[in-house]
Design a protein. Structure first.
Length: 266
């Protein structure tokens, strides 16, 4: 199977495009030693969001590592943040600016096209199929794109990232009512810091599928990994720490569902 998917019974889909760790042997043999740790993975999000199945939310998560292909990049490999450093569709370096491949082993254009067809397309086909199913059944749907990142990545931002980083493509990927509902729940607490459309405004999935005029509303959450795990190898999950943020995550997901099941007001 190219991805993991569980259909739910609510008008909401949670996508986890960066949780995969698998890399085909023929590609792994060409990678530099720094790639072995898979450090840039969105570790343990299925565990962190383990309440979704009980709630009845559809979940789609990646099997393959972003080092093979990044499911949250456009197929044309255009830069989502012009003028800023970022990794590409088939990354050739890590978040730490280390070369991913042994000398001369980077993928060529033909291999990139192959990876698009073999690994990227099936995930996006399933994503589109589920959004269409939920929209047919309920009339409108919310797409929640779940991500996490180390709290300090000097390549991308100075200092420590806010704990919870919401992206709605500057309000283009969802109705203001949804953003207000979710962020309002986050702002009602004072333990975790928050940013909205800051360093992370939403990747390809949020920007491409979020079409509020067609009743598909997308929001991205990029979380600091220190909220639920150890950020140093071997990147252990910390259920004791995760338990502090999970009630808020569940409340925000619940708020999004309540909004989409309600008036779906702008």
């Amino acid at each position: 199977m190219e991805f993991r998917f569980k259909a739910g019974r609510l008008p909401m889909l949670v996508s986890m495009p960066h949780v995969g760790t698998d890399i085909p042997d023929e590609v792994a043999a060409r990678l530099a030693p720094c790639a072995q740790a898979r450090a840039d993975t969105d570790w343990h999000l299925p565990e962190l969001y383990g309440f979704l199945e009980e709630m009845g939310v559809s979940v789609l998560s990646a099997r393959w590592s972003r080092y093979l292909i990044d499911l949250n990049r456009p197929p044309e490999n255009t830069n989502l943040y012009p003028g800023m450093s970022t990794t590409g569709l088939c990354p050739v370096d890590t978040f730490g600016d280390e070369k991913l491949y042994l000398e001369g082993q980077e993928p060529d254009e033909a291999e990139v096209r192959h990876r698009l067809d073999r690994y990227w397309t099936p995930y996006h086909h399933q994503l589109r199929t589920e959004l269409d199913r939920l929209k047919r059944e309920f009339g409108r749907v919310v797409l929640w794109d779940a991500h996490s990142i180390a709290s300090r990545v000097p390549r991308f931002f100075e200092g420590k990232l806010p704990d919870l980083n919401f992206g709605t493509a500057e309000g283009k990927s969802c109705a203001q009512g949804l953003e207000d509902a979710v962020v309002g729940i986050a702002r009602a607490q004072d333990r975790f810091s928050i940013a909205v459309n800051g360093r992370f405004k939403g990747g390809h999935i949020t920007r491409h599928y979020g079409q509020p005029r067609q009743d598909v509303h997308a929001i991205q959450l990029e979380m600091c990994q220190c909220l639920y795990m150890n950020e140093a190898p071997p990147f252990e999950y910390r259920p004791d720490v995760a338990a502090e943020v999970q009630p808020l995550l569940r409340a925000m997901i619940g708020g999004a569902v309540e909004w989409v099941q309600g008036s779906g007001r702008p």
